[in-house]
Design a protein around this ligand. Structure first.
Ligand code: NZQ
Ligand code: ZN
Length: 385
């Protein structure tokens, strides 16, 4: 295990009725930006709970943050914040709304062109408005990390940034707020969280027994709860375990002191930017194919994963690796998520295009050993046709 410093300042308020805690979490004198998506929070009663908890605080609503939050939309929220001297940002929604809020919080006090935050200057984010979140979609882990992924449709870009200043101060996770999620978003959430664990686990052995066992526990939990999460949307305990699994998958805990991959995500973000495919679905396309192409480099961990997560203990090493890659693919398919580019009407030409885009932004050494070059990216996507 490598040396590490671990600090996650986000306070989690978990469980039924926790939205009421907003009344204590946000100062009574705050001028609040309530950031939201397309309106799901009005339909499911979350908005009403939030407004009640905020009481008489001066609140400015900003609806319309898209799935894959758009830069130009968020700049309008930045303008509103500056104009109204807003001093608290409260995203209420899924990962897109939370990510959008992190960008807004960082951009409001930023002196330069905010696009720099996503391209060259994330390190120059010296401060951000305080933000606290109400999460309604378990998936991204955005509720307990400092990262945000922002799309700029006008330029066909999708870029990430992270800063110590953009951790949520608090996040409210009430599993009941997820009851209204359509099956597609539940599937996406499970698939995204699964891949987050894999990015931090499926590398090479690092003598990190705790991280490995935690990662395997989260993976097994996701596999176990997946069918019931889809079939019984209002089963509290199933949703509670799902919400917590998704948070644990990307709150930083699993990744301390261990090598990390993230190539599936880097390639997936390009597929969303180019073709508008849901984030989790891009991961389902890339991950099985990446495991296949990287099977030699990941050999020891693939065998460990086969045994400890999927209980595959018989047959030759090669046969168990084949079987566990097939299990991974069929897990995504069992969620109703297709795993080939052709399922989304995307042709093989995209392989070279994604490789070229990554090359152009200098992302030429992806993966835990930096050996996923643009040529490898192309090979992975060709194998996902
Ligand atoms: O916009 P509304 O009306 O709220 O509807 C949303 C949206 O259409 C809906 N929804 C959310 N909660 C609901 C609900 N519908 C009914 N009931 C509820 N309780 O779900 C749709 C999708 O929402 P979105 O926020 O886009 O989904 P998700 O949470 O999967 O977020 C995806 C975004 O997060 C980024 C992705 O790239 C993508 O842009 N990621 C962020 C990460 C991070 N911050 O650490 C890491 C991830 O790897 C990921 O890249
Ligand atoms: Zn993800």
């Amino acid at each position: 295990m490598e040396n590490f410093t671990f600090h996650n300042p986000t306070r989690i308020l978990f469980g039924r009725g926790q939205i009421a805690a907003l009344a204590q979490e946000i100062p009574a004198t705050a001028r609040v930006l309530l950031l939201a998506g397309g309106g799901s929070i009005k339909a499911n009663g979350v908005y009403a709970q939030v407004k009640q908890a905020l009481g008489s605080r001066l609140t400015f609503d900003f609806f319309g943050v898209e799935a894959n939050p758009d830069y130009d939309t968020l700049l309008r929220a930045v303008e509103l914040c500056r104009r109204e001297r807003i001093d608290w940002v409260l995203p209420v929604g899924g990962g897109s709304v939370l990510d959008g809020a992190k960008f807004v919080a960082a951009a409001v006090p930023y002196a330069g062109d905010p696009w720099e935050i996503l391209t060259t200057h994330a390190a120059k984010v010296q401060t951000a408005l305080p933000l606290g979140a109400v999460l309604t979609l378990p998936a991204t882990g955005s509720e307990a990390n400092s990262f945000a992924v922002i799309s700029r449709r006008a330029l066909k870009e999708k870029l990430a940034f992270g800063s110590p200043h953009t951790f949520p101060r608090f996040s409210i996770l009430d599993p009941e707020t997820t009851y209204s999620l359509p099956a597609r978003q539940i599937a996406n959430g499970i698939g995204d969280a699964f891949c987050h664990v894999m990015e931090q686990y499926m590398t090479y052995p690092a003598n990190a027994a705790i991280q490995d066992r935690f990662a395997e526990g989260v993976l097994r939990t996701l596999i176990e709860i997946a069918p019931k999460s889809l079939a019984e949307p209002t089963d509290y305990d199933t949703r509670a375990n799902f919400v917590w699994a998704a948070t644990c998958a990307l709150n930083g805990w699993l990744g301390v002191g261990v090598p990390q991959d993230w190539a599936t995500h880097m390639i997936g973000h390009e597929l969303t930017a180019l073709h508008g495919i849901d984030h989790a679905r891009t991961l389902a396309i890339v991950l099985p194919s990446l495991l296949q192409v990287q099977r030699t480099a990941k050999r020891a961990k693939l065998l460990q994963y086969a045994e400890r997560v999927w209980d595959l203990r018989t047959g030759t090493d090669e046969a168990r690796i084949d079987a566990v890659i097939a299990k991974t693919r069929s897990f995504y398919e069992s969620l109703g998520i297709k795993t080939h580019l052709s399922d989304y009407g995307v042709t093989i030409d995209t392989a070279a295009e994604v490789a070229r885009r990554l090359q152009a932004r200098g992302a030429v050494k992806l993966g835990e050993r930096g050996e996923i070059t643009p040529a490898k990216v192309e090979e992975i996507l060709r194998a996902a046709a």
